[in-house]
Design a protein around this ligand. Structure first.
Ligand SMILES: [Fe+2]
Ligand SMILES: [Fe+2]
Length: 203
C-alpha cells in the first residue's frame, strides 16, 4: 500500500477539507506562510515540552515525546533556513486564532488523565490539519524546493498525528477517546468553516 493510500485510511478524518482557494492565496503570500509556519513548529515543540513537564511520571509519554520535541525544533530550523535563503524576515508572532479557538474546546476539570486526553487530541488535530495543508502546498505551489520541503513535513506530521492518537488511547479508555475525538473533529470543522479564509496563515 502506498503512503498516500495508507494515510488516507489512517488519517485525515478531518470533517471539512480546506477551501481549495487557500493554497493559491497562500502561495502569493509565501513569506507570511513561512513566518506563521515557523511559529507553528515552535509551538509544536513547546507543547510537547509542556506535556513532558506536566506528565513526567508517564515514562512512555516522556520517552515518546522527547524525540518529537527535537523533530519539531528541527522543522523550525528548516523553516528558518527557507526564510533566510529567500531574504525574508522572521518577524513577530502572529495571532493564532485557530489554536485559540481549539483551546476553548479543551474540557476544564476532570481527572488528570482526562485532561491528558484533551491535550493529546488537540495536538493530534493540529497535526492532522497541518498535514493536510502541507499536502496542498506540496502539490500545488510552483517553488520546487518548497514542494519537496512540504512533502517531507507532511510525512513527519502524519507520524506525529498517529502518535498522539495512539497515546490518547493508551492512557485512557479507547472508547471514550474515540467518542471525544469525533467531538473534536466536529468542532474543528465548525471552527474552520467560520474562520475568514486568509493566505497569511497556515491554519
Ligand atoms: Fe513539525
Ligand atoms: Fe508535528
Amino acid at each position: 500500500m502506498s503512503w498516500e493510500e495508507s494515510t488516507r485510511q489512517k488519517m485525515l478524518h478531518l470533517k471539512l477539507p480546506t477551501d481549495p482557494r487557500w493554497v493559491g492565496i497562500a502561495e502569493m503570500q509565501i513569506e507570511d506562510i513561512l513566518v506563521d509556519h515557523a511559529y507553528c513548529e515552535q509551538k509544536a515543540a513547546s507543547s510537547c515540552i509542556s506535556l513532558i513537564v506536566r506528565y513526567s511520571d508517564l515514562d512512555y509519554l516522556v520517552d515518546t515525546l522527547t524525540p518529537i520535541v527535537a523533530e519539531e525544533w528541527g522543522h523550525f530550523e528548516r523553516v528558518m533556513e527557507q526564510l533566510r535563503k529567500r531574504g525574508m524576515a522572521f518577524g513577530k508572532q502572529r495571532k493564532d486564532e485557530y489554536v485559540a479557538k481549539l483551546n476553548d474546546f479543551v474540557k476544564k476539570g476532570g481527572s488528570r488523565m482526562e485532561q491528558l486526553t484533551e491535550y493529546l487530541l488537540m495536538n493530534a488535530l493540529i497535526e492532522a490539519r497541518s498535514c493536510e495543508r502541507f499536502k496542498l502546498l506540496s502539490k500545488n505551489i510552483q517553488d520546487e524546493e518548497l514542494q519537496k520541503f512540504y512533502y517531507e513535513l507532511m510525512i513527519s506530521e502524519a507520524g506525529h498525528y498517529v502518535t498522539f492518537i495512539e497515546m490518547a488511547r493508551k492512557y485512557h479508555d479507547p472508547e471514550k477517546v474515540n467518542k471525544r475525538w469525533q467531538e473534536w473533529l466536529d468542532y474543528e470543522a465548525a471552527v474552520l468553516k467560520n474562520m475568514e479564509l486568509r493566505g497569511d496563515r497556515m491554519h
